[in-house]
Design a protein around this ligand. Structure first.
Ligand code: F6P
Length: 547
């Protein structure tokens, strides 16, 4: 057990409380910008291809200094180094946390249990690349000799969200002759819709599961196998149409997939940190090994930055600290991520798992209940769509919701003519929202427009809604990698300060166990012992209504 003071008893924490109650009791962004004409420049950091403007935050130099003192006092840098080194910092599962090794260069040395893991990482990447090339070129054919035209990834959580998000994000880099789909939901409708118009002879299933025991994935994979065998008339067709991505070779073999067609990863890769591993195979087939490696290079740029940049300009550290500032000192409960890019339509959903499964914890590393806020509710959709839905609440609601606005200076190369020109309008919206959220519109400004007095309160915007703007040149594979690594390390920083284990997920277990217990009661006549009265009545009603 750690004998360091509890977070909220630390002098650095109390100093932040005093600062909030004193100098920052009524922070006002107009005033903060007026006081410092250099604020926008000074509060902008560049990492790789990302420009990150954090000037529209309710902070001063003193706030930043105090937050950095908190980071130092809570040992963020030591834990960071331990993670990169391969120490077992996931203490409740006694595992190393080495997603950063997945993008390490070939000549790096990172040891787990005295063995360098980097050659194994590259061996799997090479095996994936060889396979992806064969599928893309048509050399890998299905059981009947036909070319593979469809790839269906079956997985859930970290075995789905990463590749599904990145496939959308990098769609313009994908082989447009391939149909790539992602099935995750145990609702049979998901697999049905994904396969109903596909030809079994041309379809490759990628069963992605770290444990290879996840009920949704194994159920869907079993149904997919039946669909294929029925379609092709032979059990042995499975060999050319199913590959597996897993850490569990035994279970893969039990399912009937040839171990040669398994792409391995390791228990030191967390599910939600896994899409750089074999879990990215569907993405690699879609975009090609070269672009996949470009994406890994992007991750690595931010890894290196996080590992080596000084605290004052360390972007993941700054973003992590800002989240703590709002969560604990302003009562913010949620964090909006608002990409101004259609291609990032699944980005926030991906971040939900990354952030909320990592930091949705209420006991600390020593097993004590936390007395401070931990991870926020992360939510959001592409920006302009959100503007016509929930931005009203962001601008004039009662809640403090810090937001990230993400945009690109250029649309993807594929867009041309008028569609390319629309990009300026898209980005004008991003910049306008950042300004409106930060600076609002005072009652005096509204009156000056001649608005009738009774309408003035309704048309006033109080502003002071904090945003970070992340601007990059273009949404390339490398930039996507940079963005994801930025958020991975931000989540890390927060977990370190909150003294929680960001790498376990015990909170998802109870529901899984109960679902297994309830299922027989829905289909058979058996009563399930231990159901609470409400659930028992619902199960009874379900049985009556079930056709
Ligand atoms: O929902 C919990 C979880 O364990 C996630 O952490 C994980 O990404 C997902 O299930 C899928 O797990 P697996 O890859 O083992 O099928």
């Amino acid at each position: 057990m750690s004998d360091s003071p509890r977070l909220t008893h630390r002098p650095e924490w109390t100093a932040l409380e005093d600062h909030r109650a004193g100098a920052l009791l009524h922070p006002d962004l107009r005033e903060l910008f007026d006081r410092d004409p250099e604020r926008a420049r000074r509060y902008t950091v560049r990492v790789g291809d990302l420009l990150i403007d954090y000037s529209k935050h309710l902070i001063t130099d003193e706030t930043l200094a105090l937050l950095q003192e908190l980071a130092t006092a809570t040992g963020v840098f030591g834990l960071r180094d331990a993670m990169f080194r391969g120490d077992r910092i996931n203490t409740t599962e006694n595992r190393a946390v080495l997603h950063t090794a997945l993008r390490a260069p070939r000549d790096a040395v990172i040891e787990v249990d005295d063995a360098n893991v980097v050659p194994r990482v590259h061996a799997v990447l090479d095996k994936m690349a060889a396979f992806a090339d064969k599928v893309r070129s048509g050399e890998w054919t299905g059981h009947t000799g036909r070319r593979i035209k469809n790839v269906v990834n079956i997985g859930i959580g970290g075995s789905d969200l990463g590749p599904a998000m990145a496939y959308e994000a990098l769609r313009s880099c994908t082989d447009r002759d391939l149909t790539v789909r992602f099935v995750s939901n145990v609702d049979g409708a998901d697999l049905h819709e994904a396969t109903r118009d596909l030809e079994p002879a041309e379809t490759l299933f990628i069963v992605a599961s770290k444990t290879f025991t996840t009920i949704e994935t194994i159920t869907n994979a079993t149904s997919a196998r039946s669909w294929l065998v029925e379609g092709l008339g032979e059990e042995k067709a499975v060999a050319r149409h199913f590959v597996a991505l897993s850490t569990n070779a035994g279970k893969v073999a039990e399912f009937g997939i040839d171990p040669d067609n398994m792409f391995e990863f390791w228990d030191w890769v967390g599910g939600r940190y896994s899409y750089d591993s074999a879990i990215g195979l569907s993405l690699m087939i879609a975009i090609g090994p070269g672009r996949f490696r470009e994406m890994l290079d992007g991750f690595r740029i931010v890894d290196e930055h996080f590992r080596t940049a000084p605290a004052e300009s360390n972007a993941p550290l700054l973003l992590g600290l800002l989240g703590i500032w709002y969560g604990s000192f302003f009562g913010a409960q949620s964090h909006a991520v608002l990409p101004y890019s259609h291609y990032l339509s699944k980005f926030t959903a991906y971040l939900q798992q990354l952030d909320m499964e990592s930091n949705g914890k209420s006991v600390d590393r020593d097993g004590h209940p936390v007395e401070w806020q931990t991870g926020p509710v992360v939510w959001g959709t592409p920006g302009t769509n959100g503007q016509h839905a929930y931005y009203q609440l962001l601008h004039q609601g009662t809640k403090m919701i810090p937001a990230d606005l993400i945009g690109f200076a250029n649309p993807v190369d594929e867009l041309s003519g008028g569609l390319r020109a629309q990009h300026d309008l898209l980005m004008a919206n991003l910049f306008a929202q950042g300004q409106a959220l930060a600076f609002g519109k005072t009652a005096a400004e509204v009156r000056a427009e001649g608005v009738p007095e009774e309408q003035v309160p309704h048309r006033t915007f109080r502003g002071n809604h904090p945003t970070t703007t992340i601007l990059a040149t273009e949404l390339t594979p490398s930039v996507l990698g940079q963005l994801i690594a930025l958020y991975e390390h931000k989540v890390f920083v927060q977990g370190a300060i909150w003294h929680i284990d960001s790498f376990d997920q015990w909170g998802v277990e109870l529901g899984k166990v109960l679902a297994k217990r309830v299922e027989p009661a829905l289909t058979g006549g058996t009563d399930v012992p231990g159901l609470d009265p409400s659930t028992a009545a619902l199960v009874a009603a379900y049985r009556t209504l079930r056709k």
